[in-house]
Design a protein around this ligand. Structure first.
Ligand code: S3P
Length: 172
């Protein structure tokens, strides 16, 4: 059984953490979330980090973490939604496993992120819905390079089935 990594990417609120956890449990892989690892490493929330040291510092920490995770195998990695905007991160991660992009509609994304506790610094705008649409447009070509799975309709366990279909049984 090969133990390459499975990397879930996609915009904020598309279900990377929720599905990543379920998938890891199903296939007996270890689940890691890049935002959570960075927060643990710096002892600060991502929101606070953006505020005090800026987005560029966060992006450098992401890239450093990608290098570290690439040394490991048997991981389901949920990435922060902007991590794959750095082509270097994509190149390193693709060598260690398969990257799948989760998607959801802007409306659904807004509902989900509004319900969550984590503050998304990039969405702290007067009109977060408009910002979501703008960022989705900016990032479309990046996200489209990966196989995609919409998380809008099915329930989580069914989505894990779909993810496994996408990944292909021989990969896990
Ligand atoms: C970001 C997504 C967030 C977090 C940071 C930046 C982005 O992660 O990494 O706020 O650029 O899309 P989630 O996708 O887990 O919300």
């Amino acid at each position: 059984m090969s133990q390459t990594n499975i990397i879930l990417t996609g915009f904020m609120g598309t279900g990377k953490t929720t599905l990543g956890r379920l998938l890891a449990k199903r296939i007996d892989y270890k689940f890691v979330d890049t935002d959570a690892l960075i927060e643990a490493q710096i002892g600060q929330t991502i929101a606070k980090l953006f505020q005090t040291r800026g987005e560029a510092v966060f992006r450098r920490l992401e890239a450093k973490l990608v290098e570290e995770l690439a040394q490991q195998e048997g991981l389901v990695i949920a990435t922060g939604g902007g991590l794959v905007l750095n082509p270097g991160n994509v190149s390193v991660l693709s060598q260690t496993g398969q990257i799948i992009c989760l998607t959801a509609s802007p409306e659904e994304i807004l509902v989900r992120v509004s319900k969550q506790q984590d503050v998304r610094p990039l969405l702290q705008e007067k009109d977060p819905q408009a910002k979501i649409i703008e960022l989705l447009q900016q990032r479309a070509s990046v996200y489209q390079q990966f196989p995609q799975l919409s998380t809008s309709k099915l329930i989580p366990d069914e989505l894990v089935d779909k993810l496994l279909e996408l990944i292909g049984d021989n990969q896990v």
